[in-house]
Design a protein around this ligand. Structure first.
Ligand SMILES: [Zn+2]
Length: 415
């Protein structure tokens, strides 16, 4: 018996056993003759070890062992089986490592992509009410996302860039040299959410069509053609330290923290029965965006409608492109007015669910999903994909734009 060998009560050792350093045997164990215990072997109580057994170093015995064999591992197995397991384990670890490396490579070094051919959608603009056709066109490597007004001589182009934001009073408007394009966020969200890097977005008027108030039509159009992988690697901004935007007065917070891919989490709180507290999390943009975010429609509150009209906004607004949430009761005298405002042909009703005319939502939390859509569109104004997790609470276009400016400033060396 070597150093530090511990034998508990009622242990019976057969003759000729060798116990090397730090062997521990619990109570009521019966060891047959001529057994060899290498260092650091442990044996649980009430176990029988057959004669002529050899236990390799660090073997843990939890079940009785038949004699005449060599054992290893924890729990103890015949050494040949243990070797097989060790070999298998090391193979599994190698495969795991390869998968992890592959995931990293595909996440950070994916090639840029564009669409195989042009696709268009036609409709009215939500705020200006003008009819326009939006056409998404293939673009070369490193082109990024650019808009163009084909109704203006020379078809001036405006890059989708935070520096070009000229108005955020309701939607996001970009402009350059006096040329403006209103409500770019849904088209941008569609492109960015589908991970398209290079595209020219042509418009025949000053505002993108609102379609059904969501990005669904744009996404359907873009998904009707193929995505073409290009030569250059996609540009990705790796968020290595957090950026925090906070407006305590308005209780708005937007953060971005390091993550292994682009993720968005959004929280809104409205003290209205139709809304309440709503939450949305998109952890896999490629799989979730088209299904969970793109179909969520614009919403507004009844009490805002008059104000927006006075500001010259929502000229193209109707019940076919916006969900109107009732944050007050409809007054008797305003039924005709509302009918005109929202292009309602028949009756105007209060709606049991807190939504004008009882319109049904596409998701129980459609409003927060739309806020997520707007945020994804506004984040595209950074001009580069983010590898990081963006968490927003109660934000809108104005704060989204400020947040994107903060990221630009914080990471200006890498952009
Ligand atoms: Zn929107």
């Amino acid at each position: 018996m070597d150093n530090h060998v511990h034998l508990a009560h009622n242990v019976h050792l057969g003759k000729g056993c060798i116990l090397t350093a730090a062997v521990t045997i619990a109570g009521s164990v019966n060891v047959g003759e001529y057994c060899i215990f290498a260092g650091h072997v442990g044996v649980a109580p009430h176990i029988t070890i057959g004669a002529h057994s050899t236990l390799a170093a660090k073997t843990g015995v939890t079940k009785s062992l038949s004699g005449g064999k060599i054992y290893a591992g924890m729990p103890a197995r015949e050494i040949r089986e243990q070797h097989k397991r060790d070999a298998l384990y090391s193979e599994v670890m190698k495969i795991k490592k390869t998968i992890k490396e592959f995931r990293e490579v595909t996440k950070t070094h994916r090639k840029q992509r564009t669409i195989s051919k042009s696709v268009s959608c036609t409709g009215v603009g939500l705020h200006t009410g003008v009819e326009s056709t939006i056409t998404f066109k293939p673009a070369p490597d490193n082109y990024g996302i650019q808009f163009s007004r084909t109704d203006i001589k020379g078809s001036p182009e405006i890059r989708a860039d935070i520096e070009h934001v000229v108005d955020i009073s309701r939607g996001t408007t970009i402009g350059q040299n006096g040329v403006k394009i209103h409500t770019v966020e849904h088209a941008l969200a569609a492109v960015s959410g589908l991970r398209i890097d290079n595209v020219l977005i042509e418009l025949t008027a000053k505002e993108a069509p609102v379609m059904d108030g969501s990005a669904k039509d744009f996404v359907d159009a873009l998904q009707s053609v193929n995505f073409i992988e290009q030569k250059k690697d996609r540009h990705v901004l790796n968020i290595s330290k957090p950026v925090v935007y906070s407006d305590s007065k308005k209780e708005i917070d937007i953060h971005v923290v390091p993550a292994d891919s682009f993720r968005v989490t959004f929280l809104v709180e409205y003290p209205l029965p139709a809304l309440g507290t709503q939450y949305e999390a998109i952890y896999n943009m490629e799989e979730d965006f088209a299904r969970d975010v793109a179909p969520a429609r614009t919403f507004c509150f009844l009490s805002e409608v008059e104000q927006l009209r006075e500001k010259g906004l929502i000229k193209g607004g109707s019940l076919s492109n916006a969900v109107v949430i009732l944050d007050r009761r409809i007054k008797n005298g305003e039924i005709n007015h509302l009918r005109k405002l929202f292009g309602i042909q028949d009756k105007v009703i209060q709606g049991q669910n807190g939504i004008l005319n009882g319109k049904l939502l596409r998701f129980h939390n459609e409003p927060v999903r739309h806020k997520t859509l707007d945020l994804i569109g506004d984040l595209a104004l950074l001009g580069i994909s983010i590898k990081g997790h963006v968490t927003a609470a109660r934000s809108g276009h104005a704060s989204n734009v400020e947040f994107v400016k903060m990221i630009r400033k914080e990471y200006k060396e890498q952009l």
